[in-house]
Design a protein around this ligand. Structure first.
Ligand code: GLU
Length: 304
């Protein structure tokens, strides 16, 4: 498979198309990026490593970090995790409060904000130094000791995090948050502020294409069964209220974030990261979605 040629061709085709998407300005600092940025990087199990465009520029991975916090919590508490958070697509927006009332404070899945806030609570209860330990986990996955939170982005989100504060307090009222909500939110905002580039992001997620094993040091991060479940969740819940569309058009597990990044994983083949900050009306990168649709079509490499 000539990934390089396929990626180059699709990049050149998608780059000039009109993008009517919008930057995620609800977090003020996220609007301070060049909306024209467009980068892609693929990492394969056969050691193909190829990137194009702004693939070396760091960006805010936002909700993509929810996969990493989920992996760490799953590693620590195992199947008990699913008593605190569900595994169903929500069919509502990422920051919605409505279902929590009827679901007694159990979020539908770990990728909506409510679910990621409960995962943050679980990590705080189980880690000695939650922020440092989570960062160490991410760094070890990527063999990159430079990865870090963005103080600026986290601080910016804290000034406008009213909905997340409401979610956390509401869930606490049902007894599904153990710790102080301000501590949980502080950790949640930090993990959302993680920054990296497409090369780092595709490399970081490659263990999910490799039955849970890090290809650099052979460390088993998750069991094969746990890895299957994380990939299943990314396929069914990874794209807000557009997950069905992504499965339909692209056909691989993935996760997007409001910073305009998308990472997609083909089990046993590759991990690919795309970044273009303008978002479509569902909150996913407009060009990122278009690129990945063409990529799996041209390469013939979807899971279906
Ligand atoms: N930090 C963002 C929020 O809580 C994450 C949103 C996202 O990327 O989906 O609103």
């Amino acid at each position: 498979m000539n990934f390089k040629e396929i990626i180059q061709e699709i990049y050149l085709k998608i780059k000039p198309i009109e993008d009517n998407g919008q930057l995620a300005s609800y977090i003020p600092e996220l609007a301070n990026v060049n909306p024209e940025n467009f980068g892609i990087h693929i990492s394969t199990l056969d050691r193909v490593d190829f990137g194009i465009g702004n693939c070396y520029d760091k960006f805010s991975i936002q909700s993509i970090a929810k996969v990493l916090s989920l992996c760490l919590a799953y590693r620590i508490v195992g199947e008990n995790l699913w008593e605190r958070v569900g595994v169903e697509p929500s069919g509502t927006s990422f920051n919605s409060l409505v279902q929590l009332e009827t679901d007694n404070g159990i979020p539908r899945n770990p990728f909506i904000n409510a679910g990621a806030i409960v995962i943050s609570d679980i990590l705080i209860s189980n880690l000695e130094n939650p922020k440092e330990d989570f960062l160490a986990f991410v760094r070890s996955l990527s063999s990159n000791s430079e990865l870090n939170y963005s103080r600026k982005i986290a601080a910016s989100e804290k000034t406008v995090g009213f909905r997340n504060t409401a979610l956390c307090n509401f869930i606490k009222s049902f007894g599904n948050i153990e710790n102080d909500p301000s501590e949980v939110l502080d950790f949640y905002f930090d993990l959302c502020s993680l920054e990296m580039n497409c090369k780092e992001l595709s490399a970081l997620f490659l263990f999910l294409a490799n039955d849970g094993k890090n290809i650099v040091d052979n460390n088993q991060i998750l069991t094969k069964s746990q890895t299957k479940r994380i990939n299943a969740l990314m396929l069914t819940c990874g794209f807000y209220d557009e997950s069905g569309d992504f499965a339909f058009k692209v056909g691989v597990p993935g996760k997007s974030g409001v910073g305009g990044g998308i990472v997609a994983v083909h089990p046993n083949q590759y991990s690919i990261a795309v970044w273009s900050p303008k978002l479509n009306e569902k909150g996913n990168s407009y060009k990122g979605m278009r690129f990945l649709e063409e990529f799996t079509t041209r390469s013939g490499l979807s899971i279906f």
